[in-house]
Design a protein around this ligand. Structure first.
Ligand SMILES: [Zn+2]
Length: 412
């Protein structure tokens, strides 16, 4: 029989919980930490002192001294001292950011990429150059503690979308050729610029799908904060999704679960990049909307915005295209609600604006679907982290090792 956790294990767990709380809240008083973590004041004081000594948090006296008595010290993350590098390979752009502890974007780079398939070199070279530029602009004393890349995770396909690897939703794509090439390119870029600071070598790049990471960001500090049961739908060329149940992301047996965009909804429909036919993605993805509206099928997020704008100005073809996509969106959402009974369905990426343009339609489809009791308490919402949701999710993934055990991290 295993004994209970040791004092040391409890201490390390509490250090992680405290640092995570400060990372998510940005600035939090010792009194609030005492209440939220269920620890006494002296323990919070000792843990905070350890994290401060490690350069992870600072403490300061709050400016507002309106209330009587000694004010509770405010604990803040060392956002300018401790950072990760986050990268995203999306259908029509490449982005990179240096993100400080606390989720603060300190530096951000972006370039568009032509639609269509890309070789590893075509995505790796621009991202490595971004890493070099950001490293040069980083203060010498700042410490890099992790890096992560979000990838549009679908398989190589026929409809002109980026297909960087055959791994799906929650899969770790670190074995994909582009991920290992990017890992090497980052190491070279950072070594050449003399960055990072800190004691250890930069930790290995970790990688997951864009939808899973955008969902993680919304769950951590966006629209889904505090919700244990969420379905996140992400438009980025095609359609991907992430299912959170009981506070955990559904991954399936090998990490490829939750590929909502590839459930077949129309067996007589169009061929899909995954090799199947009539997937939900072929009815509600950017390609479907743009084709129905008579626009260039590879015009990406700009094209989607143009269709929605045209529809709002009375363009009947754009309106018909949006109506068609809205019907399929409603059918799929109704099915997902029936299966998962979530607290929230969240629309992100280009599906955010598509949903906003077809909210009433989706609502009607939901109402017509059975089991009204399954919809009680259900909220349909749009992602609140906007264009940077995927990058912020990649940053969360890169911070995870530090947050789960702060003082044993080799970079600290
Ligand atoms: Zn498919």
């Amino acid at each position: 029989m295993r004994a209970g956790p040791s004092q040391e294990e409890i201490r390390r767990h509490n250090l992680g919980a405290l640092l995570r709380s400060v990372h998510v809240s940005g600035a939090v008083s010792r009194a609030e930490l005492t209440a939220s973590l269920g620890l006494n004041r002296s323990t919070i004081g000792a843990l905070t002192a350890e994290l401060a000594a490690a350069g992870l948090v600072t403490e300061e006296t709050p400016r507002d001294r309106g209330r009587a008595g000694r004010p509770s010290l405010v604990v803040r993350p060392e956002s300018y001292q401790v950072y990760v590098l986050a990268f995203a390979i999306e259908a029509d752009r490449l982005t990179a950011a240096r993100v400080g502890l606390g989720g603060l974007i300190l530096d951000r780079r972006e370039t568009s990429r032509p639609p269509g398939e890309a070789s590893p070199a075509e995505v790796v070279a621009p991202l490595a150059e971004f890493a070099r530029q950001m490293a040069r602009a980083t203060p010498r004393h700042a410490r890099l503690i992790g890096s992560a890349v979000a990838t549009n995770p679908v398989v190589r396909g026929r409809n002109g979308l980026l297909r960087p690897g055959a791994s799906g939703g929650g899969a770790d794509t670190s074995r994909a050729p582009f991920a290992s090439a990017l890992t090497q390119a980052l190491a070279d870029a950072l070594a050449r610029t003399g960055s990072p600071g800190g004691a250890g070598r930069p930790p290995a790049l970790v990688s997951r799908g864009c939808a899973d990471l955008a969902a993680l960001a919304e769950y951590t500090r966006g629209a889904a904060t505090g919700r244990a049961s969420v379905i996140y739908l992400h438009g980025d060329g095609g359609v991907d999704g992430s299912v959170i149940t009981g506070g955990r992301q559904l991954t399936g047996q090998d990490g490829t679960g939750g590929q909502i965009g590839h459930m077949v909804v129309n067996p007589a429909g169009q061929p899909c990049g995954c090799g199947s036919r009539g997937c939900w993605e072929t009815e509600i993805g950017e390609y479907a909307l743009l084709s129905a509206a008579g626009r260039p099928a590879n015009s990406g997020r700009t094209g989607v915005a143009a269709v929605i704008n045209a529809a709002s100005h009375g363009d009947t073809r754009a309106q018909a295209a949006l109506h068609q996509v809205g019907e399929w969106l409603g059918f799929g959402v109704a099915n997902l609600v029936t299966i998962f009974n979530p607290e929230m369905v969240l629309f992100g990426g280009t599906l955010r604006d598509v949903y906003l343009a077809s909210t009433a339609q989706v609502g009607r489809r939901l109402t017509r679907a059975g089991s009204p009791e399954r919809r009680s308490g259900l909220r349909l919402r749009t992602a609140t982290l906007g264009e940077d949701g995927v990058l912020l999710g990649a940053a969360e993934l890169a911070f995870e090792r530090l947050l789960s055990d702060p003082l044993t991290d080799p970079a600290i």
